[in-house]
Structure formats: structure tokens, C-alpha cells
Design a protein around this ligand. Structure first.
Ligand code: MG
Length: 391
């Protein structure tokens, strides 16, 4: 209890101290039906501190097929342009093997455009640290369509939780604070799946997964819309492709080793195929499969037994009454035929009979047919009478 009180008191103190710098109560949009916290809410807990994983040079290498957007040399500077004026050369500079933000020069964006992608970014905060809260080592990685994954020196610098380094800005704090000290390189890996939709309506919100220095910090977090500042994001369909952007927030944050790998394109139709399907979509698909199986059965007119079994198979997908009736009638004729056979000839058919019984047993088990099909009960009697139900 004492411990809890101490932690709570410390957090409160921390909050009150930092509140003076950026944000405060009555700042961002208020809590609503889906958000228990206000935007930039200092009452939202700070991400817990965890140790970063050691830098993995192998994993950080651009994989085959990835576009290397920045390798810290002049050679890749041409991959970037300024937003103001539109498409003009960037004023950010290459210095000591890094791509460095020049404060007040504006955001930079890639000339290349991306849709769903895997992105690797390394960044380093200025040293010695200057400023507090959102004022210390602030930049941002803007994913195509406008979701900001925050870049901020939070090594020893509290801020509002939804503005923390690796937060989905305005929306979701990172699960943990796995940052290294300012001046050291932070390694960020992002998987971005953009929101999809039809006729301007979002049908799949998309998601973002983020690792900070090897630690999972955003776990398939749903996208709420392009992120801004202070305001709630609003759902919208994202363009198929767009540039990646880096933010100029007035701090000379440095970047290196940025690469982007396109993920297989994903469409609204792909999403409809995802499991678990809605009940409606599942029934529609089952109907479609049943129709295919029935059409196949129709071609087996010269093989009555196979035709019966194939028709019976369609009942697994759809309880079509006419088919069930037909299958049951066919089974009736089959069992009547068996009953006419001499003991010896019936014995020759043991495997076949067991196969038919197995099929109808399955249908009965899954409630597809069998119940209410008198010939199935007769088949069971026949099998048991011969002891064929025993292993
Ligand atoms: Mg930022």
C-alpha cells in the first residue's frame, strides 16, 4: 500500500512538473465513448521502462527487394524532397554519416510512394539533451496516408503517453519505453497495413506493428485515421500509395539506415477472405462449395454409388432439402439392394458398405443428414448384425 502510494505520488509529481511544458489538462480532445482518456492526457500511464535488445546488424540490413531510402550518405539524399515548396530539394543535410533535420526547414518526404510496407528506420536524438517533454529530440515517422509514429527523446523525459516515442501519435502509447540514451542509435521496425474501404467507407481499419530496439511496442494496433495534434483522428480510406515523411519539429534529430519493403498488396476482397468470416460470408461460401460438389455429382450418372456419396458430400456444406431427400432415397435403394444379396456376396461388399456407413455416420454426427433418413437406420442395423461396427 505504501509502495503504491509512493509510486502514485511520484507519477503525479512527474505529471505536474511536465505538464507545465507541453499539454495540460483541458488540452486535447476530451474522452468519448471509445476513448477513456483525453488526447494527450497526462493521467494516462507512462510506458514502463524495459531494456532494449542489442543492435542486430544482420536484421537491420535491407532485405532483397527493399528500397534503401537513406544510408547516411549523399548518395541517397536525392531520394527525399521538401514539401514546401512542393517537391523542392530538401534542406536537411548529410553530416557525420547521418541525414539530419535542419530546424525550420520543413518536413521531408520520399519521392517514392508506398502502400502496405515494412519499414526500418534508425534515429538518434541530439546530445546534450535540450528541452523537455515534446521539446526534446522530437521528429516523427509519417506512414503513407499520415499516421505518425513518434520520434522523441524519452530516455529520461516524461511526456503525455500518447505522444511518447513510438506512440501512434494522439492515439496509442507504446507498450514500453525501450529507448537507448540520446546520441545512441535507436532502431525502429514498422509493419504498416493501410486502412481499406469501398465508396469512401472504411471496411478494414488497417494496423500498425512497431518494434523499438527489438522490443514490441505497438502490437497490431488498429489505425483510427491520419494523426494530427490535440484532435481525435477520424477514420478514412487511405490512398493506395503515398510518400513516407520525416517531421521537422525544430530539433536536429539524425537518421540513418532507412529502408522500405513493399508487402504483398491487400485489397478489400482479400480482407473478405480473412478468417474468421462473418456468418453471412461463411454461409455464402458454403453455398458456393455445395453447388460445385453437386455439379460434380451430376456428372457421375454412370456410377450410382459414387454419385450418391458425392451428393451426400455436398450436404456437409449446405443442408439442401431436395438433395438430402434424393440422397436418402438413393441410400434406401442401396440398402434394399444389399438386403437382396446372398451372405457370401454381401460379405464381398463389406469394405464398400463400411465406407458408405462411414459417410452417413459423418453426416449424422454433424447434423447434415441421417437423422430422419430411415435407410440410414437400416444400414446401421445391417452393419451391426454382421459385426462390421467392431474394430
Ligand atoms: Mg513528432
Amino acid at each position: 500500500m505504501k509502495m503504491q502510494f509512493t509510486l502514485a505520488a511520484a507519477a503525479l509529481l512527474l505529471g505536474v512538473t511536465a505538464q507545465a511544458n507541453t499539454g495540460s489538462a483541458f488540452y486535447g480532445d476530451a474522452p468519448d465513448a471509445h476513448h477513456p482518456w483525453a488526447v494527450h492526457d497526462w493521467n494516462r500511464p507512462q510506458p514502463p521502462r524495459v531494456e532494449p535488445l542489442p543492435y542486430d546488424a544482420e536484421k537491420a540490413k535491407a532485405p532483397a527487394g527493399a528500397v534503401v531510402l537513406c544510408d547516411g550518405t549523399e548518395a541517397t539524399l536525392g531520394n527525399w524532397e521538401s514539401e514546401k515548396p512542393e517537391g523542392s530539394p530538401t534542406k536537411w543535410i548529410i553530416k557525420d554519416g547521418a541525414f539530419q533535420c535542419v530546424p525550420k526547414s520543413g518536413y521531408v518526404r520520399t519521392k517514392a510512394k508506398f502502400g502496405d510496407c515494412k519499414l526500418h528506420v534508425e534515429w538518434s536524438a541530439p546530445t546534450p539533451p535540450q528541452g523537455e517533454s515534446q521539446g526534446r529530440g522530437n521528429s516523427g515517422i509519417f506512414l503513407p496516408g499520415g499516421v505518425e509514429i513518434q520520434v522523441l527523446d524519452n530516455y529520461d523525459n516524461p511526456t503525455y503517453a500518447d505522444g511518447f516515442a513510438c506512440s501512434m501519435y494522439c492515439v496509442n502509447p507504446p507498450l514500453a519505453n525501450a529507448l537507448r540514451k540520446p546520441g545512441e542509435w535507436q532502431s525502429i521496425d514498422i509493419e504498416f497495413r493501410r486502412p481499406l474501404g469501398q465508396d469512401g467507407k472504411v471496411t478494414d481499419p488497417g494496423f500498425v506493428t512497431v518494434y523499438c530496439n527489438g522490443v514490441l511496442v505497438q502490437d497490431r494496433v488498429q489505425i483510427e485515421g491520419p494523426t494530427g495534434h490535440k484532435g481525435r483522428t477520424k477514420a478514412q480510406v487511405f490512398p493506395d500509395v503515398g510518400p513516407l515523411k520525416l517531421q521537422d519539429h525544430g530539433n536536429p534529430v539524425r537518421f540513418r539506415n532507412i529502408w522500405c519493403q513493399a508487402l504483398p498488396p491487400r485489397t478489400a476482397a482479400d480482407v473478405a477472405k480473412q478468417v474468421p468470416l462473418s456468418e453471412e460470408a461463411t454461409l455464402a461460401k458454403r453455398k458456393e462449395i455445395a453447388a460445385l460438389v453437386r455439379a460434380d455429382a451430376a456428372k457421375l450418372g454412370d456410377k450410382p454409388l459414387e454419385q450418391m456419396l458425392r451428393s451426400a458430400e455436398s450436404l456437409v456444406y449446405e443442408k439442401d432439402e431436395a438433395t438430402a431427400k434424393d440422397v436418402c432415397a438413393k441410400l434406401g435403394a442401396y440398402v434394399a439392394g444389399l438386403q437382396q444379396l446372398s451372405k457370401g456376396k454381401l460379405n464381398d461388399k463389406k469394405d464398400e458398405v463400411k465406407r458408405v456407413r462411414g459417410a452417413f455416420q459423418y453426416l449424422a454426427k454433424f447434423g447434415c443428414c441421417g437423422e430422419g433418413c430411415a435407410p440410414y437406420a437400416n444400414l446401421e442395423k445391417l452393419v451391426k448384425a454382421h459385426g462390421w461396427d467392431k474394430k
